[in-house]
Design a protein around this ligand. Structure first.
Ligand code: ATP
Ligand code: MG
Length: 460
């Protein structure tokens, strides 16, 4: 076969193409191997670091578990350890744990403060509140300003919640919010979860109080008196509410609940002389009753609670719209708390006397006898409501009465009232629930067992 220059050139080109293809393939293989190696190194490194962290954590846990529970320890892990120690020693175990958190449906934000924020939640058809660290709150912000990192600041702010969880375990009382459970998982960066699940409550600010009847507020006030007595002799010693404010309390099922325990003082203040055991001004006269004994102001916490509760809790609960026959007793009770010169137990029994007075005198309205009422037994009248100031229901005039006489007296005393439905349902005070009606239309009367509709007959 003749070898022409053209043919030799084609062969060379073909060889060149082959070489180029081969070098491409080689480059591809080399690059592939390199990428594979780099990826392996990255994965192995991550695995190695993770394993080291786990080993370090295990080492810390072994070390921590060897230490006595009460020894003060620092850092996030120690915080968790202390929590577990205190909780395992608690009287009642929490029912809700970290494992249950995914079942929680978190709703709207209910409130927030310097260290915590609270959300409405439901789980298993039950309503609840979830309290967690307020990462935008004042405590967290101030901590970050000191240069501390997020994890440390979260842990420090969470200390308040740790204390609250522990106290909620130890202080069980119907007027302290009930703890359902908690999750204290301190990770790194933003992976920390410190949260507790509690009974859900409604706020008790001034406006919310005015939407409740005096009778409902009386119940909250008696609960406050019960709670102050419990705190005065709590299982942890006389406890002081350092930050006693209406906002620290909630209402749940009509009962008062203390919802913020992070500022609870568990020891009487230190002193060297009685002059150092100063009480807030209205209670100053009670100062001699607080003795400086064994370096502590004995009796201080309970008296300070009373002195603060008078203007901040009892007066807002009881003074507005008190029934006329009870006005003087309410004023005396509030003044008694402000003076703080009686024991919490004595003040509690004085408070409970208000209930007896209310049961006996009601609203103190006497029947002039100018109106007569015709009964329609087993009947009610839907609608035809009007608002009245003492009402326990919004948009209606619903009051408790001791019986038909008091209901007639109340109706006769109100120009708008043309009759009332006396039910057999009792309120918490044992009085009968009555709905007062206006512009009665007899054609709209409906049957209702055990209720009687009384229609006013005589014109005023
Ligand atoms: N169980 C609950 N149900 C409904 N709302 C709640 C509940 N617990 C707390 N809240 C609301 O969340 C607010 C903040 O809660 P909390 O008082 O515990 O936080 P905080 O940071 O300690 O507040 P502060 O700085 O005022 O002491 C409360 O004022 C209250 O309105
Ligand atoms: Mg607080």
């Amino acid at each position: 076969m003749a070898c022409t220059p053209a043919r030799s050139c084609r062969l060379q080109v073909a060889r060149c193409v082959h070489v180029v293809r081969a070098s491409h393939l080689t480059a591809f293989v080399v690059a592939y191997v390199l990428v594979f190696l780099v990826a392996n190194v990255v994965v192995l490194k991550a695995y190695w670091e993770q394993r080291q962290r786990e080993l370090e954590e295990q080492r810390q846990w072994r070390q921590l578990s060897g230490q006595p529970a009460r020894r003060p320890l620092g850092g996030a892990d120690a915080f968790l350890q202390r929590l577990q120690n205190s909780v395992s020693g608690g009287r009642q175990r929490a029912v809700f744990t970290c494992a249950d958190f995914p079942t929680l449906e978190v709703g709207r934000r209910l409130g927030f403060g310097w260290s915590k924020e609270v959300f409405a939640a439901t789980y298993g058809g039950r309503t609840a509140a979830v309290k967690t660290v307020n990462v935008e709150g004042r405590d967290m912000r101030e901590c970050r300003l000191t240069g501390a990192n997020y994890t440390d600041c979260y842990g420090r702010t969470a200390e308040k919640m740790y204390r609250e969880v522990r106290l909620l375990h130890q202080l069980r009382h119907p007027n302290i919010i009930q703890l359902y459970g908690f999750c204290m998982s301190l990770g790194r960066g933003e992976s920390s979860v410190v949260a507790m699940v509690t009974e859900l409550g409604e706020p008790l600010h001034q406006l919310a109080l005015l939407q409740r009847s005096w009778e409902q507020r009386l119940r909250l006030a008696l609960d406050a008196a019960d709670l102050l007595q419990y705190l005065a002799t709590s299982p942890l010693g006389p406890a002081g509410l350092a930050d006693l404010r209406l906002e620290q309390f909630l209402a749940a099922d009509g009962r008062l609940k203390l919802a913020d325990l992070d500022d609870l003082q568990l020891e009487e203040p230190r002193c060297r002389s009685a002059e150092q055991c100063l009480l807030p001004s209205p209670a100053a006269a009670a100062a001699p009753l607080v003795r400086c004994t064994a370096g502590r102001c004995q009796g201080y916490n309970a008296r300070r609670n009373q002195a603060l509760a008078a203007p901040r809790l009892l007066a807002p609960l009881l003074e507005q719209g008190a029934p006329a026959p009870l006005n003087a007793s309410v004023a005396a009770l509030v003044a008694g708390y402000a003076a703080a010169d009686r024991s919490a137990a004595e003040m509690r029994s004085r408070a409970h006397r208000l209930l007896e007075l209310f049961q006996r005198h009601g609203y103190g309205v006497t029947d002039s006898g100018s109106a007569e009422y015709e009964p329609v037994y087993n009947a009610t009248l839907p609608g035809h409501n009007y608002r009245c100031s003492l009402s326990s229901e919004l948009g209606r005039c619903s009051l408790s009465v001791s019986g038909q006489r008091e209901a007639s007296a109340l109706c006769s005393a109100d120009r708008r009232c043309e009759g009332y439905v006396l039910t057999n349902r009792t309120t918490w005070t044992g009085r009968l629930m009555t709905h007062f009606k206006t512009r009665i239309v007899t054609g709209e009367v409906r049957p209702e067992l055990n209720s009687t509709l009384y229609i006013r007959q005589t014109a005023r």
